[in-house]
Design a protein. Sequence first.
Length: 555
Amino acid sequence: MCMNHIDGRTRGDLLRVLLDTAADFTALQDVEDVLQAIVRRTRTIMGVDMTYVSINDAERQETSIRQTDGVSTAAYRTLRMPLGTGVLGQIATGLAPYQTSDYLSDAALSHVPHVDEIVRAEGVQAIMGVPLTVHGHVIGALIVAERHARRFTADEIDLVDSIGTHAAVALDNSLRFEATEALTRDLELQQRRTNAELEHMSAVRDLDRRLMESIMSSPDLARVLDVGREALDSDLFFEESDGAHPAVAEEDGTVRVRAGTEELGAIRSGRPLGDRELELLERVAVHAALALLFSRAAEDADLRQQSELMDDLLSHRIQPQGRVARKMRRWGLDPSGPLFVVAIAAPQADPRQCLQALRASRTRGVVVDHQQHLCLVTSEEHWQAHVEDVFGNRRWRWQAGAVGPVDEVAALPDAHRTAELALTTLVDLGRDGVLTGDDVGFVGALLDLDQNGRLPHPLTAAIDPLIGYDREHGTDLLRTAWMYLETDGSVARTAELLHIHRNTVRQRLERTGRLLGGDWDRSPRRLETHLALRILSARHTGSLPGVGEGPPRAP
């Protein structure tokens, strides 16, 4: 059929066909369009079952089918052949056109087993092809094939070779055009990257300049974050590290703020950031650390000055009144007005955080870390509400001893000692809240001595016989004696509070008299016994004498 198809045409007809084919190939620039035109035009001209074209890969030393027409199986359409094997690999070496009338039975060919299976599945027998050569360089092969055995004539081979010559030029031009376009795209991409790098570097320099101007004008973290927000067009949040646990900085858009090896916190963006934006955020973090260090240095200077003033106020040294008064006014203290002294138990958190919170509150005055507690001297009458807000908002335990108002600066040392005693009493008893100096009393002072191991034993020795008797016999003489003295010697009231009969109260009091002596409930021994019972009550009930949940039991 193909022979008649070719023989029936005049040479002029074939020439026009070739010219038209060359024109079609030349008009195309896309590689895949050229390849598709090659296989379709060749199949139409030759009238064969299928055509396909392959492209060589010199590095891999193989040729692979890139475009087909008439091929039915996917494996054949994507066939790869080592150069020099089979008809395709033989032709793609560029030595000369080649054909076989029955591929599978042709012993002259170098067969590849898995390729033979693909050919068998496609049903191909006769194969003929020509190399695609440009300027002596083989770029691939043009193949025609039939699903029946046959021999291609020399004219048919020449015709395919002519088509292949034009196709090779068109394909080479398309490949070069594609390479040029790819190179152009790469250059444009590189140029865009270069421009982006320049823009990013400019943005970094501008941000650094603005951040440094902010630091130099006022080393304030809030201003640094404002500059960062404007540069990144994103909300920024600072999360402070508590010292023991660093601020979380695992999610996108978060960087740590460090000063050397010290973890100060982290800055978190309100949205995920790209790599370049993260670089800008890191610049913000560097300047944030600088602002924090500046602020800390200023804060330390203030604390030193407040500590010096506190030493002046709480010492009994004679101070130049004018100098002390000037210092007091600087911190909002009125030297001539009423003053309050407060001893505060520092929470388990960093005392610096507590000091910062107190200094930022509405309470004017001086607050320092002083002798294992925080000491506040203020002129604010309503200081307690402000300080309680600070502790309550942070869920810190609130324990304080307070004295005031004090009318003279000279009275502050003694007032501080009383406030310290009140705080010690609260801490020793495990109570929260505020204990004023008026509430401490004589028993509180004794309790302070007791908790610190400085209370002389003779002050409580008066009730030792009761303690020993109750422990040995399981009786309740201590509670009975306590309630009897607390009710001003009322047997009836004691019996009512202890839920026992009056005769039982009298019997216990008689036994108490035998153990302590008959004058144990008469002055002056009555005061000694009552005081010892009160100290024992505070020691073992965890509350101040007189306001506890009940009388003491034998320890």
